[in-house]
Design a protein around this ligand. Structure first.
Ligand code: FAD
Length: 445
């Protein structure tokens, strides 16, 4: 396999990490990215976009030997800081051990660092402003053009597509009837807004992911290392309230003042930001197969983009890279490696896609319900009483990379049945019935 250079399309988050992992295993890699080189771009003030990094992503970064270099870019978040309309914000911790944290990281800074680290490897060639147009000819040769629109020579080795949710490679292979795909669009869009520091410091408590749940929609905010926050509004495209209804300056100002008064006071000229920033679409991509023999493999968002409500898309993409890296040790042919990857990984990505959708309802509405809060307390108590046996689903996904997503979903469903059974017998009381809990856990878990 090492005699064939690998082409990777897309140097976003997964592409450069995979290049590092493959280079460490002795593969030669060429990375094609349509955007300019991030190492030569000044960071844009006031336009930071951030992501939640959790244990799965961190494990992959560690295996690539770069976690320590990523650490200065990340900020811990201990839990959800829930802002209800009529009371002081409350912190709902994500975990119950000191290490059970998730981290906010700027997408631009992380992308730049990954590219810098990939560039350290002599076996990695980076080609920025090189756009993949698709594939051509009976051999399905990769078609790439440079900034001047000239076709460039590409290797005949395997192609790994990490070119994101709108993957050009996926579209091209589907066009040749080599795979099929579909996107289930969410009827809610998103918009990012800049929340600057106040008097040189964080304007909101820094060690939290802030959420303003409003049942049908929500605002969230994650901290940045420059002490600003990036806020994101998730809202229906049409109807009332919706992005379509926020069509004038006055409507935007009124909406924020009524729905998120504390956040509105911290968002400078929210109507101008609202008009200037793009409205993004969200959806779940399903595609099959992910590979064509040993010639092509899709991974990350190109294969399985998900909605962002579990903060796992990047983490899953990094975990893909790690799995491919581990499997490469056991296989001697690309076709076998790609098939083994797809077979093992598909059920897990399907599970996280479902859990991500479910988490939207939890974040925008569940956290406001007494039943949810009661069950969350019980789940934590049961984790203390039955460590390793009863682990809240959120914790399995975010803090336990050794538990595959599909297993987290399966165990999470059994645990939910136990919590519901306890709830049905509680009459709304807060106290956990430990005897019944023991009986249910011994029977079902
Ligand atoms: P990308 O990061 O999208 O990279 C694809 C790369 O391919 C890009 O650099 C692009 O320029 C390049 N490219 C595209 N087409 C071509 C072409 N034709 N030729 C050459 N290059 C091309 N995930 C988390 O884990 N935690 C979060 O908190 C989180 N929050 C999110 C919030 C929002 C609003 C959204 C939309 C997503 C969020 N995600 C989050 C998901 C995360 O952004 C993606 O899962 C992740 O970026 C996937 O990485 P990737 O490398 O597969 O694709």
């Amino acid at each position: 396999m090492r005699s064939q250079p690998v082409s990777i399309v897309g140097a976003g988050l997964a592409g450069p990490l995979l290049a590092i992992l493959l280079a460490r295993r002795g593969f030669e890699v060429t990375l094609y990215e349509r955007r300019p080189d991030p190492r030569q771009r000044a960071p844009q003030a006031g336009r930071s976009i951030n992501l939640a990094l959790a244990a799965r992503g961190m494990r992959a970064l560690e295996r690539a030997g770069i976690l320590e270099r990523v650490r200065p870019l990340i900020l811990p978040m201990r839990g959800r800081m829930v802002h209800e309309s009529d009371r002081e914000p409350t912190l709902l911790p994500y975990g119950q051990r000191p290490a059970e944290l998730i981290y906010s990281v700027g997408r631009g800074a992380l992308n730049r660092l990954l590219v810098e680290e990939a560039a350290r490897h002599a076996a990695v060639s980076l080609r920025f402003e090189h756009t993949c147009l698709g594939v051509r000819g009976p051999q399905h040769a990769l078609e790439v053009v440079d900034a001047a629109g000239r076709h460039v020579e590409t290797s005949s080795g395997p192609v790994i597509a990490s070119d994101g949710a709108g993957s050009a490679v996926r579209l091209a292979l589907a066009g040749c009837a080599l795979m099929t795909w579909r996107e289930a669009p969410l009827d809610h869009d998103y918009k990012e807004l800049y929340l600057p520091p106040r008097d040189g410091d964080f304007a909101l408590a820094p060690q939290a992911l802030h959420v303003w749940p409003r049942h049908g929609f929500m605002l969230i905010a994650l901290p940045n290392t420059d002490r600003s926050f990036t806020a994101t509004l998730f809202l229906a495209r049409s109807g009332a309230p919706s992005f379509a209804a926020l069509d004038t300056r006055a409507a935007v100002e009124r909406f924020f003042a009524e729905q998120f008064p504390d956040a509105a006071a911290l968002l400078p000229d929210v109507a101008a930001q609202f008009a200037a920033h793009p409205q993004g679409r969200l959806g779940t991509v399903q595609c099959a197969p992910w590979h064509v023999g040993g010639e092509f493999l899709l991974l990350g968002d190109a294969a399985h983009a998900i909605v962002p409500f579990h903060g796992q898309g990047m983490n899953a993409a990094f975990e893909d890279c790690l799995l491919l890296d581990e499997l490469s040790e056991r296989h001697t042919r690309w076709a076998e490696l790609f098939a083994a990857f797809e077979q093992q990984r598909r059920p897990d990505t399907q599970a996280i896609a479902r859990m991500a959708i479910e988490n939207y309802a939890e974040m925008r509405a569940g956290v406001l319900e007494a039943r949810f809060l009661r069950q969350q307390l019980w789940a934590r108590e049961l984790e203390r009483l039955y460590p390793g046996r009863f682990v809240p689903r959120y914790a399995m996904v975010m803090f336990h990379p050794e538990i595959p997503y599909a297993e987290a979903e399966r165990r999470g469903a059994v645990q939910q049945q136990i919590l519901d059974a306890l709830d049905a017998r509680s009459g709304g009381a807060q106290r956990l019935d430990q005897a019944l809990a023991r009986q249910l856990i011994e029977q079902r878990l």
